[in-house]
Design a protein. Sequence first.
Length: 180
Amino acid sequence: MSTVLERKINNFTSAVEKSIESENWHSALALALTLPDICGNLQDPDRSSSRKYISFFNDFLKDKYTRKIGASMEEREFLNGKDMYALRCSFLHAGEIDISRQSIRNVLDGYIFFKPDKFAGDFVHRNRIDNKLQLRIDAFCMEIIEAVNAWVKAYSSVQEIQDRAELMIDIIDPSNGFRI
């Protein structure tokens, strides 16, 4: 049996997956970029949005965007929480992927998103050229969903989070009957 948190979050992650399946890329990206905000608010509603977002990234996504490179095996970040938050702000508030004017940005200036392509494969995903990060949009959105699912698993036993999850939106199908 699923918890309230699992059920409510699943409504959002399923919507991202359906957007990916229908190649509704803008919708998939917008909702995927919103998910860390939702998790952060459920976890700590009094903390600033940027801090919650960056913390979520560091706890659940950072490993995917950090690689050891070269003979020295130097650790290199291809994306960090500040730059992802800058993308979230720029895309959700202005429909832009240029983050150079976002004061919180750290390293990147922008993003280049690619549709999935059987010939390019993963070559265009998590590839940084100068100060722009190339991402395959479906893979990026699915990585966020995986991070959200890991977050749910980590926090589903916290009663305060379950209580706050009760307040999340339900969309009611009146043909199935409903109660208010």
